[in-house]
Design a protein around this ligand. Structure first.
Ligand code: PMP
Length: 442
């Protein structure tokens, strides 16, 4: 398998960066929060695949839901005014649980195309309002919104920008809150600075040209950067004041990752649109969902006309994905959200207990989404040296201890375990992390 992989399978990013030399690690099976590799070695998946297997692996009821739907009706297009039962029921179930008036759902295949879809919907909205000149978009440094060209342009991670004219001229950024490395110290100062920067950016672009502002409730791929309490709310209010749409990207934070079903709930805000994916189907099959508010939907429906016909995917509202998502939703509500909240508190407590470790500069997170930022000098916040830091090296060390975590290139460990984790599994995640840190110190 390793040789066949090397010869034929292109991995995202890593195949072109020398991972092939090490050889792929083949995963063979999984149950709950544990995965087993092809050699029979069991590991705890502290990252739920790619922050997506929120419900955990191996739920027979999910498998049954998919199989039953495949037998009954494996595919139905949403084109030509057609539809099918599972996505219709799923849309209704999601609308019922969504914050505020996010009552209209568009299904995509994952997160990137959910974000791309919102970019189109935003443009349709402003066309419908008779303001087609509003075609400029703003997002936040360190953010991540996907790897399709449009999503990548809203993304601040440098690697996604090389060539291809990305970011596009209509894509702009404001600074991240990144509290640990923010020269401003108090939450109030950071919030005021971000609001002021957004307002200044809109003024510089021209208020009549700005269409929307994109934000993750917690910046995930940027290194699990948690904003100060009240930051999101202040940005939401600023967007209302500036009369620009506010889009929350909950691809990572959605579906119990931070505690409630959606992070916007606990922020007490209702975005104009919201993107989700990952935990929606818990990784069993691909699917994403855009949530659209009543007023955006009605405006587009009434006013955009011929301008709003150009969007759709063959696999949008796929019945099998929808059947899986419905079953996964019932698992969340049947105890997994609650377990995730308890396990999340234990995880944060466990990681906090490592804060005295000489390599731990910052411990942050919310619910089952957390990070350790590693430094060699706590006062100066010096990043780990290049000899230790490359993401693969820390990842490999954790792997050797029986733990899968995300290792960011900046020397950050990211955690997003399945919500089904037991106390013992959470304790093991912390203990194995400590073993990696102790070894790295040597
Ligand atoms: N938005 C956010 C916030 C994400 O974290 C991601 C993926 N990590 C995406 C969008 C893109 O999702 P996908 O990889 O499913 O296309």
């Amino acid at each position: 398998l390793i040789e066949m992989d090397r010869q034929h399978l292109i991995h995202p990013v890593s195949s072109f960066q020398g991972h092939a030399a090490r050889g792929v690690r083949v995963l063979a099976s999984a149950k709950g929060a544990r995965v087993t590799d092809a050699e029979g070695r069991e590991l705890i998946d502290g990252f739920a695949g790619l922050w997506c297997v929120n419900a955990g692996y191996g739920h027979e009821s999910v498998v049954e839901a998919a199989a039953e739907q495949m037998r009954k009706l494996p595919y139905a297009t949403g084109y030509f005014g057609l539809g099918s039962e599972a996505p219709i029921k799923l849309a209704a179930a999601l609308a019922e649980r969504a914050p505020g008036d996010l009552n209209h759902i568009y299904f995509s295949l994952g997160g990137s195309d959910a974000v791309d879809s919102t970019i189109r919907f935003v443009r349709y909205y402003w066309h419908a309002k008779g303001q087609p000149g509003r075609d400029q978009f703003i997002s936040v440094e360190e953010g991540y919104h996907g790897s399709t060209s449009m999503g990548a342009g809203l993304t601040a991670l440098a690697g996604f920008h090389e060539g291809f004219g990305v970011p596009y001229s209509w894509q702009h950024k404001i600074s991240s809150h990144y509290t640990y490395r923010n020269p401003l110290k108090s939450d109030a100062e950071i919030i005021a600075a971000s609001v002021a920067e957004l307002k200044a950016k809109v003024a510089a672009i021209g208020p009549e040209r700005v269409a929307a502002f994109y934000v993750e409730p917690i910046q995930g791929s940027g290194g699990v950067l948690v904003p100060p309490k009240g930051w999101i709310k202040a940005m939401r209010e600023a967007c209302r004041e500036l009369d620009i749409l506010f889009i929350a990207d909950e691809v990572i934070t959605g579906f119990g990752r931070t505690g409630p079903l959606f992070a916007c709930e606990e922020e007490g805000i209702v975005p104009d649109m919201m993107t989700t994916a990952k935990g929606l189907t818990s990784g069993y099959v691909p699917m994403g969902a855009v949530f659209m508010s009543d007023h955006v939907f009605e405006t587009i429906a009434e006013g955009a006309g011929a301008k709003a016909v150009g969007h759709g995917f063959t696999y949008s509202a796929h019945p099998v994905s929808a059947a899986v998502a419905l079953e996964v939703l019932s698992l969340y509500e049947g105890g997994l959200l609650e377990n995730g909240r308890k396990a999340g508190a234990r995880l944060m407590e466990g990681l906090q207990s490592l804060s005295d470790h000489p390599l731990v500069g910052d411990v942050r997170g919310r619910g089952m989404l957390a990070a350790l930022e590693l430094v060699t000098d706590k006062d100066k916040k010096t990043r780990l040296p290049a000899s230790v830091q490359p993401a693969t090296r820390l990842f490999d060390r954790a792997w050797d201890k029986g733990l899968i975590v995300r290792s960011f290139a900046q020397g950050i460990f990211g955690y997003a375990p399945p919500l089904c984790c037991t106390d013992d599994e959470i304790d093991q995640i912390v203990a194995r992390t400590k073993a990696v840190l102790d070894e790295t110190l040597d």
